[in-house]
Each structure stands twice: as C-alpha cells, then as structure tokens.
Design a protein around this ligand. Structure first.
Ligand SMILES: *Cc1c(COP(=O)(O)O)cnc(C)c1O
Length: 381
C-alpha cells in the first residue's frame, strides 16, 4: 500500500481511530456552511451509499449521529427500546457490557446472557432465553467483539431472534464495511457503526442504519434530545439540515473514504485486504513464538489478541515504546480472561506495512533480549 499518511505519522495498528489516506485528510481542507448545496449533496450520497452496503434500498434509512460510535449505539438503544419493552444483551466482551451500562443509565429494561471473552455467543442459548422470558422484545449483539477480536455468528442469532418474533439490534462498529452484513439475508431492525473504523474515515460521526418500518414506530421513545434517531431522521428528511451542528469536515472526509472503499471493491475488497493483513500478522507473530488468544476459525480479520509472553525480559510498556519509536502503535489488552495485548489489521495498511511491522517486532525482541513470544502454558494443558 502506498504510504499516504502524513509524513511523520505513526502507523496505527489499533482498533481505531486508524491510519487514513492522505486524500481522506485532504478532503477536509475547506470550509462549508451547513446549508451549502454541495454539502447537502454529499450528505445525501453518504446516507444512500451506506444503505446500499447492506442491500437495504427502499427498506432502510441511514440516520447519522454526531459523535463517536458509542453515541450511535446509545441512540439506537434509546430510540428503539420503548418504555414497556425489554432488551436481551448478548455479552462476550466490553462492548456488550457497555450496552448493558447504556440500559442502566437510560433506564431501559434489560437482561443479559454472558459468555467468556474468548468464546463467540451461542444462538441456541439465545433461543432458550427468549423462550424463558416472554417480556423480551429485542436482542442486541456485537458483530466483531473488538475486546478480543472474536467474530460473533450474527446470522444465526438473527435467525433465532426472527423465529421467536423478536427484533435485533447490532453493534457492527468494528466490522461494518469489511465483513458482509446483508439485510436481505440477515433480518435486523438497526445496525450501528462509525466513520473511523473499516470505512477508514476520520472520527466524529456515528450512524445507525434503521429499518424504516420499525423506526417509524419510535417517535417519543428517546431518553435524550440529542440521541433521538427518530427526530434526527425526520428533520434531515424534511429540511436536509441537521438539528445541531454537523461535523462537516468529518462527513466530507467520510464521503472520500466511501469513494476509496468503493474503488477497492466494496466490502469484499476491503475485507480481502484485512484478511490478508491478519494472515500475515498471525503467521509472522507465531513464527516469533507469540500465541493468539483465539483459534483461527473464531478470529475476525479486524484485531488480533496475543497472550502476554512469559519471558521475564518482556515488559509490555517497553515493547510498546520501542515499537512506537519506530512508528508503529499497538494496543493494550482489555481482557479479564488473560493477560494480553492487541494488534489491529484495519486502516490504510497493507502487506508492506504488516511485513515492516513484523521485522520491527523481531528487532525489538532482540534488543529486549526476549528469546520467544511464547506465553505461559495454560494450567489445563
Ligand atoms: C469502537 C467500537 C465502539 C465505539 O467506540 P467509540 O470509542 O465510541 O467510537 C462500539 N462497539 C464496538 C464493537 C467497537 O469496536
């Protein structure tokens, strides 16, 4: 991949915000008024293209939401879950837990089903939980749980939820644009994502793709004025204007990022590059002795969790700092099941950068006198 960062910027091997192309950054070098016809056209086009990405033409609408991805998730829950409804949240990491916290704060009735962070959620258990508690009206699931990098079986979950006559909400933040989600095959009412993950825009905009027939019934549900997707939708449809200042530079950059996503072959092309990045990373790290938390069949090509090496010379902060000195930024772990760190495969990175990164890891290990990245053997083995 051609080096199109800012000249001195580090490569971000993180869950986001990510390395973006120079052309995405350059798109922001203008001032627009929010009533500018050019900006209005860009906003319309952005909303349409996102609907097309899930095969939702005529059935779904994009409701943009100022802020980071969590603003979109909180708006989705607050708007779709009415006062007399109840949400079942599937939890196998921090982002599922965050949805439970959103329900507590917004005083929405909810129940949880929980799995270990290194396990995918299990649709069969969802089916049983729905049969046990008829008060549940909706289910929420995270597509790729960025905490560990595990890919959840969203299509299977969607099937049991639909069979039970319930509605599905998806947090697809770290998967959207790289892992296929087709609303014609997978039934759901809403999916939330953001500008700065697999679409490779800059941070500042969340969005929720909403099934229009379901969104129409949500008037008055929202617990916060700014997070009301129904109101945001109505005002944008009627006036072409946002209710409150839109992050214009971010949206214009997002439009350019969508051009580049399309030029790369859409979801299949983008996902293909990330799968290749992930394969190079995992093979290279394994050859240095490191172990992934997840077996390959559970690993989404988004972010990889590695177990902490057991070698006494390996100190994560020093490893991190030495990589950062060579212009690569990795990410600490967020797991409770194992001491770990994470390396992302997403953003404007390709084969060249992944290979350069692996060479730097080998160099840094030599400097730190770490013979192998192997973790302690698990007690069970
Ligand atoms: C990144 C992410 C979010 C949103 O995080 P923000 O920091 O608010 O942008 C939500 N869910 C998942 C699964 C994510 O990966």
């Amino acid at each position: 991949m051609a080096d199109t960062r800012g000249a001195q910027d580090p490569w971000l091997l993180t869950p986001g915000p990510l390395t973006t192309s120079m052309t995405v950054k350059q798109a922001m070098l203008h001032d627009w008024g929010s009533r500018d016809a050019g900006f209005i056209a860009i906003n319309d086009r952005m909303r349409q293209r996102l609907v097309t990405m899930i095969g939702g033409e005529g059935v779904f609408t994009t409701v943009p939401m100022q802020g980071s991805g969590t603003f979109a998730v909180e708006a989705m829950i607050g708007t779709f879950i009415g006062a007399n409804e109840k949400l079942l949240i599937l939890i196998n990491g921090a982002y599922g837990k965050r949805m439970a916290r959103i329900c507590e704060v917004s005083k929405r009735a909810f129940a949880t089903l929980e799995w270990a962070e290194d396990m995918p959620v299990d649709a069969n258990l969802v089916k049983l939980a729905l049969a046990r508690d008829p008060a549940i009206t909706h289910v929420a699931v995270v597509h790729c749980e960025t905490t560990s990098g595990v890919l959840n079986p969203v299509a299977e979950v969607a099937r049991v939820v639909a069979e039970a006559g319930k509605r599905l909400l998806i947090d697809a933040m770290s998967a959207f644009g790289a892992i296929e989600l087709d609303s014609r095959q997978v039934p759901f009412d809403a999916v939330a994502a953001s500008s700065n993950k697999c679409i490779e825009g800059v941070p500042g905009l969340g969005f929720v793709l909403c099934r229009i027939e379901a969104l129409e019934k949500t008037a008055g549900n929202a617990h916060a004025l700014v997070l009301d997707l129904h109101d945001q939708w109505q005002v944008i449809e009627k006036t072409k204007q946002y209710r409150f200042t839109p992050p214009i530079h971010c949206i214009v950059a997002f439009d350019q990022a969508l051009n580049e996503h399309e030029a790369e072959g859409g979801v299949a092309g983008r996902g293909g590059r990330y799968r290749n990045n992930c394969r190079i990373l995992v093979e290279g790290m394994r050859s240095l002795g490191f172990e992934t938390l997840l077996p390959d069949h559970l690993q989404a090509p988004i972010i990889v969790t590695f177990r902490m090496p057991v070698d006494a010379n390996f100190k994560f902060q020093e490893f991190y700092d030495r990589l950062k000195d060579r212009n690569f930024v990795i990410y600490p772990g967020k797991l409770t099941v194992a001491d770990s760190f994470r390396i992302g495969c997403i953003g404007r990175l390709g084969e060249t950068e992944m290979k350069a990164f692996l060479a730097v890891v080998a160099e840094v290990m030599k400097e730190m006198k770490v013979a192998s990245g192997a973790p302690a053997r698990k007690a069970a083995e």
